[in-house]
Design a protein. Sequence first.
Length: 393
Amino acid sequence: MRIVIIPSGFKESLNAERAAHCIEAGIKRVLPEASIKSLPMVDGGEGFAETLVRVTNGERVHLTVTGPVGDPIDATFGFLGGTGPRTAVLEMAAAAGLKHVPRDMRNPSLTTTYGVGEMIAAALDLGAERILLGCGDSGTSDGGVGMAQALGARLLNVQGDEISKRGAIGLLELNQIDLTHLDARLKRVRIDVACNWHNRLCGPKGVARVFGPQKGASPEQVNELEVALERYANVIERDTGFDVRQAPGCGASGGLGAGLKALLGAKLHSRYDIISQYMKIDEMLQQCDLVFTAEGSIDYQTPHGKIPSEVASKAKRRGIPVFAFAGTIGKDARVNYECGIDAYTSILQAPSTLEEAILLAEELLTDSSESAMRTILLGYRLGANSINEGHAS
């Protein structure tokens, strides 16, 4: 049996490479001689920069930046190897990811993307001619204003003074965006952003309502975030001419997509389109009998640009069955059958706390992979027996 493993990561738990290793280990308990190829996928979040640096034989850069709650944190970005313009590859999660927000401090009204701007400045200092930035796994909802401030933008209140607070809450007093002192080097570099193309900034399906609760926002804070981002969008449209409310990708990473597009002149791309330039999925699927994929959660949002659905759609065009693992199975997960996922399961086999699930994630995924492979093999044998009986009759 020829098997391809193409997983995403499990947020705050397993990166894509570790997830692929666990799935392979589980399969080999059942089929030690199986032909297995792995292609860990990154969706712009954790692991995006590291993976692209590795597959292109690039170089890493380590630095200290301002974390999402204002404390210094260690971060990493890199430069792609190969020819072409000197390209820095960054992931916003390295500077402003949810993993950097302590659980007792999760309030997306207060967290900032300031460290993302510091990473961009560091890349410019090192001669970047192009910046490739991944959006995903964010712990922020400030619309990218922290990033812009780190690069010289001024966010002013009605008195003409800098807004007094970092984070989305500061947007409630925003009256004007002054880009006069924005780092001039930004005009000479191309910024490409890998983001979830389906994420919108405002409205019923905007980032405040869809992702705010995942980042720790209470219902009251969700409403506050929505008001703040609407005000932000109004000021952006008046001062820059961009309408970012419903523009594709502008809701990525708590509205960072909007800030990148409107304030820095970046071009937003479907993260899958960016990733597929470096990760050759079609080549992996050319001779394949079965695909395994994985992500932290499978639910109604999965078909909207998440790795499992993108992988499944490619596999379906070749008639290849797809099995997906998830940490949790969420609301309306059945819609994933329509996008090409043939079966899915949670790796949790018994009730557990989130902390326990994270701690035991490797063991749980490996065991689930073994169980799934045994079930698939049973079905294969039953099918073969039925065919043999038909021939005998």
